[in-house]
Ligand binder design. Structure first.
Ligand SMILES: [Zn+2]
Ligand SMILES: [Zn+2]
Length: 411
């Protein structure tokens, strides 16, 4: 895992952050600040000696996450962990390899010395152009690429310098003896767009502390009973609902309820889904009037668990009606965005379709466009080593929940 060195914006103490951290927690002054940026986070690799103003920062896309693939009727999952060059410059390597793991990164900012080459559009991480995987990471499975859920999609800059050729300032050696300086100034970015902002984790409406966890994407205000997330560098309210409680409730599990248009597949209502899944139940006339929604866990967990929960909740009929409000006791933090959850709809369809083969053969032509997403918490009750919700047929082992929570420890 990469580490990022950052001085606490409030007291200046050194703080070490993980890549997926959205929260800076200072061990010295105890402040908790949310890290926000317009676009992806951008990091600087350290250089040998201080950086002169003539240094040029070469961007690399940094991709880490799960790729879902389909091969011979089986849905597979692999970790993808790689960097690949996002700007053309003769002599610089295609990938940074494992070098960023060995050093501490820093956030790029408007006050960073040097100039920044503009990154090209990010290509799909599993495309052959993105290069071979890093040592120690399994290559993606052969077969069709269904979805990519990124824990990290960021940009990291390699510092280089033109003297009598091109020098890599991280390695401290010449990498392209014949390279010529870049004359075209349009290849560089405005530095004002770089950098992160640190937002106080206080409710913008009432000023009270927001409940926050290291990797949480949605923070709750207990006073106002609303959720907040960051769009770019600003707080925005997000409607939060809860399903009617079970007594007692031991844990709340978040779901995204996503309405989506599925191109090339007749999927508008719950009845359409029941036909696709070939449900062994007598059709109910109410199915035709029920708009289809996908229920997807809003936290990162193992694929098999996530698919099982999505299948159980999505296929439940009739569903409990959510009511506005926030969880009244312990809840699993939201660590998967609505966009990422929507990415998994194709995977869910591949898993739900019965028989599977005809749908899976057509999967490349099926496009999913999310229309709306709503955040809902389901109340779970602890029974022995499991958390369950009988109405939605949910059952999840406490170890899996603990693992999800460990990812975003509320320190
Ligand atoms: Zn501090
Ligand atoms: Zn509030």
């Amino acid at each position: 895992m990469w580490r990022i060195a950052q001085a606490c914006p409030q007291c200046g103490a050194a703080v070490s952050l993980g890549e997926a951290d959205r929260l800076l927690i200072c061990g010295y002054c105890r402040c908790r600040l949310y890290i926000a940026a317009e676009g992806p986070f951008r990091y600087l690799l350290p250089s040998r000696g201080c950086l002169p103003e003539e240094v040029i920062h070469v961007p690399y896309w940094r991709i880490r996450g799960q790729v879902f693939t389909l091969e011979e009727g089986k849905i597979g999952q692999r970790l993808l962990d790689r960097t690949y060059r996002a700007a053309d410059l003769p002599g610089v390597p295609d990938s940074l390899g494992i070098r960023p793991q060995a050093v501490k990164l820093r956030f790029a900012g408007a006050d960073s010395p040097g100039r920044f080459l503009r990154p090209k559009e990010r290509i799909r991480p599993t495309s052959p152009e993105s290069g071979p995987p890093l040592p120690g990471c399994e290559p993606p499975l052969p077969g069709r690429d269904l979805a990519f859920i990124g824990e990290t999609k960021s940009i990291v800059y390699l510092p280089v310098l033109f003297r009598d050729g091109l020098y890599d300032r991280l390695a401290g050696r010449k990498i392209a003896p014949a390279a010529q300086p870049i004359d075209d100034t349009s290849r560089f970015e405005e530095k004002a767009a770089l950098g992160v902002r640190f937002l106080a984790t206080l409710c913008p409406r009432c000023g009270w502390d927001l409940e926050s966890a290291r990797e949480a994407l949605v923070l709750l205000c207990r006073t106002c009973g609303v959720g907040w997330n960051v769009q770019g560098t600003r707080w925005q309210t997000i409607p939060v609902c809860c399903l009617p409680g079970q007594c007692p409730t031991d844990l709340w599990l978040p779901f995204w309820i996503i309405r989506a248009s599925v191109k090339d597949l007749d999927l508008e209502t719950y009845a359409d889904l029941a036909r696709l899944a070939n449900l062994p139940r007598l059709p109910d006339p109410r199915w035709e009037g029920e708009a289809l929604c996908f229920w997807i866990p809003a936290c990162k967990m193992q694929l098999t668990t996530s698919l099982r929960l999505a299948r159980a909740a999505t296929l439940t009929f009739p569903k409990p009606v959510p009511e506005p409000g926030i969880p009244d006791c312990e809840h699993v933090p939201v660590t998967l965005s609505a966009e990422e959850a929507a990415e998994t709809i194709k995977v869910i369809l591949c898993d739900l379709g019965r028989p599977r083969a005809p749908l899976q053969e057509r999967i490349d032509s099926i496009a999913v466009r999310p229309d709306s997403a709503q955040l809902v918490y389901a109340p779970l009750r602890k029974i022995h080593a499991d958390f369950v919700h009988a109405g939605l047929s949910l059952c999840v082992n406490e170890k899996i929940v603990q693992f999800g929570r460990a990812l975003s420890l509320n320190l």
